[in-house]
Design a protein around this ligand. Structure first.
Ligand SMILES: Nc1ncnc2c1ncn2[C@@H]1O[C@H](COP(=O)(O)OP(=O)(O)OP(=O)(O)O)[C@@H](O)[C@H]1O
Ligand SMILES: [Mg+2]
Length: 283
């Protein structure tokens, strides 16, 4: 009996948060580095489904950096990064698309669907809903900067009860263009801004943003982030992630969070408990 009362209490504790987020869009960036084990993937799917069933409208944008590197290694192609962003040759672009759109996107959609969701996997090439131009072709090749997100494509899916699962690939503007590889963090933020998301949550493989003693910053502002980037405390893949957080909050998303995707149910902890986890970035 005591156990049952505790279960009811847990539900009641979540009630204010369930009310607060009812019908709100929440974008979840599911980092390649958080997609570690089959168990974690299952927990992720359960969390997304629970969010959906209590009235939140989740949109998943996934990465796949680790998986792309593994495939490039297997094919004896080099993985090159500048400031945490991949240098994408034409050859690498083919692999990026195969891994992101072909493998990971379908895996996540099918995982959610096997849990009873109506998930639909797309990339920016579908309906050309994300377009981009080269960031700096000479330096980064086919790594792109987003020029436009057609929000209605995503909003129509949401209105029909689908959970969109988005691979971070954009269409190029000219006929026959191979498309652009977009940093998944920035892709998530641009989508979140365009569709008027209430919140964006980045699931990654660290507790959040850490200082040089590996201690967590529970909250960061734009000015603090600039200092940490300049002195190298924030480097590599964390650079586009904090930039993406700032992009989102500057663009009207209420909150951006970087949380530990290696912890089971960290999404639910973030959404439905008052003790927030990870690093929160405020406008
Ligand atoms: N100050 C910092 N605090 C925490 N992590 C940091 C910091 N500076 C750099 N990092 C690195 O950033 C990494 C997270 O970014 P990374 O791009 O590797 O993962 P992801 O974005 O979750 O996955 P993907 O790129 O596949 O979507 C961490 O694993 C860590 O090595
Ligand atoms: Mg990354």
């Amino acid at each position: 009996m005591q156990k049952k009362i505790e279960t009811v209490q847990t539900l009641l504790d979540a009630l204010p948060f369930i009310k607060q987020f009812n019908k709100e869009i929440v974008v979840i960036k599911y980092g390649g580095s958080a997609q570690e084990t089959p168990q974690l993937k299952e927990k992720f799917a359960e969390d997304i489904l629970l969010m959906y069933l209590v009235g939140i409208r989740p949109v998943v944008v996934h990465g796949g950096g680790r998986q792309i590197n593994e495939m490039l290694d297997a094919l004896k192609l080099e993985s090159k990064f500048i400031d945490g962003q991949r240098v994408t040759s034409k050859e690498v672009m083919r692999i990026v698309e195969m891994v992101l759109s072909g493998e990971i996107n379908k895996e996540i959609a099918s995982l959610l669907n096997s849990h009873g969701a109506k998930a639909i996997g797309i990339s920016g090439k579908d309906a050309h809903f994300i377009t981009a131009k080269a960031k700096d072709f000479a330096k980064f090749g086919l790594t792109g900067n987003i020029t436009d997100v057609k929000a209605d494509v995503v909003l129509n899916l949401i209105d029909e009860g689908f959970i969109p699962v988005i691979a971070p690939i954009a269409a190029g503007e000219e006929l026959g263009h191979p498309g652009f590889n977009i940093n998944a963090d920035l892709c998530a933020s641009f989508v979140a801004k365009a569709i008027g998301a209430n919140k964006i949550i980045f699931l990654t493989d660290t507790a959040g943003v850490l200082n040089n003693n590996k201690e967590l910053f529970s909250s960061l502002t734009k000015d603090e982030i600039e200092v940490l980037k300049a002195d190298g405390t924030i480097h590599g893949g964390m650079v586009p992630k904090v930039d993406a957080c700032l992009e989102a909050v500057d663009g009207g998303v209420k909150k951006a969070h970087i949380i530990d995707g290696r912890i089971e149910h960290s999404l639910l902890l973030e959404l439905f408990t008052s003790a927030g986890v990870g690093t929160e970035i405020v406008a």
